[in-house]
Design a protein around this ligand. Structure first.
Ligand code: ADP
Ligand code: ASP
Ligand code: MG
Length: 404
């Protein structure tokens, strides 16, 4: 029988009525003759509330305990959904990430999945039951409970879809698909009917949080088609899949923004081989994901290196840079968390010159100063003042004519 994985995000299971609506949809899918495996997020803003509670209790939050705390949110939703399904006569059985056999490395708060065992899920499916799995969590090779980073339920869903060879993974959320920009900022943004894995990777990596980046990597590597759609209207949404070689590629597909990063600058770094390597190795050892990096020209034998890191890793990054600076003869280490990044993504960019010029002109017309620039073959990103990012997104969306 065909298997579909259905993942429901926080808003989709935000209260009792929503959970009943989700149960109804799962029951219909089951009655239509398909096997279903469900992955749920924590209800509404539960994860944020738990983080706030941790902050109220203590300024010291050991990552192992943070993970133990945060995984409780998803347990609540999975049990409630199974109860709602039971009332509809659907046999469902809940599993924590650990019970589902999701094995991760031991990097608490942003663990990576290393293996999916999934035996109990296969058994439940074979017995005609609907497994309901708590998203965002696993168990480490050290046998501790871990979480997969914010938005990680998407990753759980895609990893399970890959491991169980599901036909597709449906990601139900509070918008009707992937849009040409965040519809909260650009109300006239257009829903995209299809997006290639390649473009979706860049959209997710540059702040389009509708899908977690790791989930898209998994989907691409294991050829799992994703269908991003609404749990409020249930209408067909956006398919994320392999590129169609016959389809003409849009020059610009989407404008994204990301306010979750901060900028660090190490001043007066001696211009010698090996020093940047030492800095970024030390950051890597603390599991900091460095994004944009800019090194200035060397004046009088020294240079400044600026880079962006997730705000949650800013304290660790400053500690690393400040520990290292005196030993390599560098000067001050500065930080700035009032920045944001605006990006344009499009596969057709590769074969169209002048796109970066147009992006910079649009930003200039808005009076937006560009502080850092980074590019891939299908993305251009600019770091700007945080306060300017929304108007920058709106102006770029209009200039590249992305509205429906
Ligand atoms: P869930 O809780 O269902 O995982 P998220 O909040 O993680 O939902 O993701 C959905 C949100 O992503 C939307 O409400 C929307 O504001 C935001 N978003 C950002 N960029 C985009 C985009 N390009 N297309 C669609 N949604 C986007
Ligand atoms: N509940 C987690 C979060 O808010 C995981 C998820 O929803 O995907 O980040
Ligand atoms: Mg999400």
């Amino acid at each position: 029988m065909s298997l579909v994985v259905q993942k429901f995000g926080g808003t989709s299971v935000g209260d009792a009525d929503r959970i009943r609506a989700v149960a109804d949809h799962v029951a219909r899918t089951r009655r239509a003759g398909r096997d279903v495996l469900v992955v749920v997020s924590a209800m509404g803003k539960t994860t944020d509330d738990l983080l706030r509670l941790a902050g109220d209790v203590s300024s010291v939050q050991p990552p192992r305990e943070l993970d133990m705390l945060l995984t409780s949110g998803e347990r609540v939703s999975m049990a409630l959904l199974c109860m709602a399904l039971a009332e509809l006569g659907v046999e469902a059985v809940s599993f924590t990430g650990s019970q589902a056999g999701i094995i991760t490395d031991a990097t608490h708060t942003k663990a990576k999945i290393v293996e999916v065992r999934g035996d109990r899920l296969r058994e439940a499916l074979a017995a005609g039951k609907v497994p309901v799995v708590a998203g965002f969590q696993g168990v480490s090779t050290d046998r501790d409970v871990t979480t997969l980073g914010r938005g990680g339920s998407d990753t759980t869903a895609v990893a399970l879809a890959a491991s169980l060879s599901a036909d597709a993974c449906e990601i139900y959320t509070d918008v009707t698909g992937v849009f040409s920009a965040d519809p909260r900022i650009v109300p006239e943004a257009r829903r995209l009917a299809r997006v290639s894995f390649e473009e979706m990777l860049e959209i997710a990596a540059s702040g389009g949080r509708v899908l977690a980046l790791r989930s898209v990597e998994f989907a691409r590597n294991h050829h799992v088609p994703l269908h991003v759609r609404s749990s409020f209207t249930w209408e067909p949404g956006t398919w994320v899949s392999e590129e169609d070689p016959l389809m003409e590629q849009a020059v610009v597909t989407a404008v994204t923004h990301d306010a979750s990063e901060a900028k660090v600058t190490v001043t007066g770094v001696p211009d010698r081989p090996g020093l940047a390597a030492r800095l970024f190795r030390a950051l890597a050892e603390r599991n900091v994901n460095v994004d944009t990096i800019v090194q200035n020209i060397s004046l009088h034998g020294t240079t400044d290196i600026s880079f962006t890191v997730p705000k949650v890793d800013l304290a660790a990054s400053l500690e690393v840079a400040r520990d290292l600076a005196p030993g390599i003869g560098a000067g001050e280490v500065l930080s700035d968390d009032d920045v944001a990044k605006v990006s344009i993504v499009g596969a057709g960019m590769r074969s169209h010159p002048g796109i970066s010029a147009k992006m910079f002109e649009v930003l200039a017309q808005q009076g937006v100063n560009i502080e850092m620039i980074s590019t891939s073959s299908i993305r251009i990103s600019c770091v700007v003042r945080a306060g300017a990012v929304e108007s920058a997104v709106q102006a770029l969306h209009e200039a590249f004519d992305l509205a429906g």
